[in-house]
Design a binder for this molecule. Sequence first.
Ligand SMILES: Cc1cc2nc3c(=O)[nH]c(=O)nc-3n(C[C@H](O)[C@H](O)[C@H](O)COP(=O)(O)OP(=O)(O)OC[C@H]3O[C@@H](n4cnc5c(N)ncnc54)[C@H](O)[C@@H]3O)c2cc1C
Length: 272
Amino acid sequence: MYETTYLRAHTLDDALAWLREHEDARPLSGGMTLIPTLKQRLAAPSHLIDLTRIEAMRGIAVDGGVLRVGALTKHAEVAASPVVASAIPALAQLANVIADPQVRNRGTMGGSVANNDPAADYPSAVLALGAHVETSQRRIAADDYFIDTFETALEPGELVTGFAYPIPLRAAYAKLRQPASGYAVVGVFIAQFADAIRVAVTGAGASVFRWLDAERALAAELSEAALDSLTMDPGVLPDDDNGSSAYRAHLIQTYTRRALRTLLAQPPRDLA
Ligand SMILES: Cc1cc2nc3c(=O)[nH]c(=O)nc-3n(C[C@H](O)[C@H](O)[C@H](O)COP(=O)(O)OP(=O)(O)OC[C@H]3O[C@@H](n4cnc5c(N)ncnc54)[C@H](O)[C@@H]3O)c2cc1C
């Protein structure tokens, strides 16, 4: 690990000022990705700005049909939250299958979505639910946020402060875990709203993506049969140690069906 200076922020303003002042500084949340990166000497930030004491970046609440989650909320807190379980149970279930208890008790939603690992779980929920990523300077629609592998719409020095998830009628997540890490070999999140159905796939591309063909098919007929005629082109999918592109194409089909089955087994939320 290269030498670095550790600074603990107690307010968002402190963190933003330090990030402006030190060009090579990096924000630190749970450290579950950043610290191993530093240990392997893959990054050499001049300063680490610890965000974990910033109260304004915490909290889980429902407000006018929207579930709000602070960026510093740990995966274990999302998994155990009765507010999340009541508003979007699929989000709590997703959090509970991230990694292992140690990682879930350190890693944060903000750190995960800022990092945008192509096999991370939360990006599929953010995208399928059409959430807004709230930052220190703006609100970014999920459709505009995820750009490429480890790349997002965040500007240098911009911090994720929280998330606003529209509450769906019902939603479900299904994934095949990489057996060692828990990351998604393929994960599919489906969210049904009164006027739309959205399907997001993680683990099978440079970044999370919406499977638009499946969305169109399910909007026309919300049943497993609607997926029968769909195919996923393996040519656009990754081919790596975790699975060939043909295998991933098959997994996307299979895990979309599994997520849909779980979704259909739930009564739709009564929004009246
Ligand atoms: C062994 C292991 C297994 C894992 N398995 C899974 C898995 O199954 N599924 C999964 O989804 N994830 C998995 N992860 C990742 C983990 O869930 C963390 O969410 C992830 O590492 C990032 O969250 P963090 O809070 O630790 O962020 P950090 O490591 O602190 O930061 C990650 C990156 O985001 C930046 N950052 C942090 N917070 C903010 C912010 N608020 N605004 C802007 N930038 C910020 C940092 O500068 C850094 O570049 C695993 C990690 C490990 C170590």
